[in-house]
Design a protein around this ligand. Sequence first.
Ligand code: NAP
Length: 292
Amino acid sequence: MNWDAGRFTPPARLAVIGDPIAHSRSPQMHNPALQASGIDAHYIRVQVPVGRVAEAFRQFAACGFLGVNITIPHKFEALDAVDVIDPLARQLGAVNTLAIRDGKLHGYNSDGPGFLRSVKEAFGADVKNLRVLILGAGGGAGRAVAVQCALEGCRSLILANRTLDKAQAVMQEIREIGQTSLLGVVEMDEAHLAYQMTQCDLIVNATSLGMKDGDMRLVPAAALESRHLVFDMVYRAGGETLLLADAKQACAKVVDGLTLLLHQGAISFEHWFGRPAPLDVMRKGLREAVAS
Ligand SMILES: NC(=O)c1ccc[n+]([C@@H]2O[C@H](COP(=O)([O-])OP(=O)(O)OC[C@H]3O[C@@H](n4cnc5c(N)ncnc54)[C@H](OP(=O)(O)O)[C@@H]3O)[C@@H](O)[C@H]2O)c1
């Protein structure tokens, strides 16, 4: 956990932490936004090992940092490492944004609200009007999206996960929220998914599959229809995931994880600076980062 905030001009005052972290495109999105907004701060990547998130947060605060983004695998550890947890972050079960104000550590979750903004931007739709199928609903991102959909009161919510117990645990939590009446858990096999796809509007991939060549097909391609809205939280540099390729073939509307990265980043910026983020500048930075 070494960084030398002073070697940057302007000085490093924001960071993304994870392990590994070298792949993160967040600096290429946030640095142009900081510059365009006239904010005298640089955004850096810092690799933090598991078990040392609280220590890293204290060091960031001591070095005068304003905020931090938190990515895999630290979003749960971060929940216990902040002084004040935003109620939504508590409900979504993870912290991916830290804002440091007067030495106090405030934890937020921008993945859930970023998901809602992405659906609105890409599909012109509100989640509350949709029947949603989430693949990988037992993982961290899937759980956050599932709870966010339930909080919106989506028309129905089906949770699929390789390890069924995990999806069942998420369903139990969602039952307590009580906004979505049609709620179920299914196995991640072709037959169950093909049936559920006839009953849903929005299909979300929240598994970690799709980044690599050779990753298995998540849903039967023949079950994809032109009326489907397909949201892949995963993004692939220099290509598209198999799910999105299949969905496009079926003339479905699609959105990839880069749009989510953009909107969750914009919401983090809003938490840090209390003003709207320069979305177009951030989008351009991300596109260039992915293209290079
Ligand atoms: N674009 C963005 O801004 C953004 C934001 C958040 C997350 N994400 C992406 O979302 C993905 C999930 O992240 P996470 O934090 O939720 O990770 P996670 O907590 O490790 O969850 C991984 C999920 O993938 C499932 N999975 C893994 N291998 C599988 C396989 N071979 N077959 C079927 N399911 C499999 C897991 O199922 P089990 O429960 O059975 O293990 C679990 O549901 C990652 O690719 C991440 O990059 C993107």
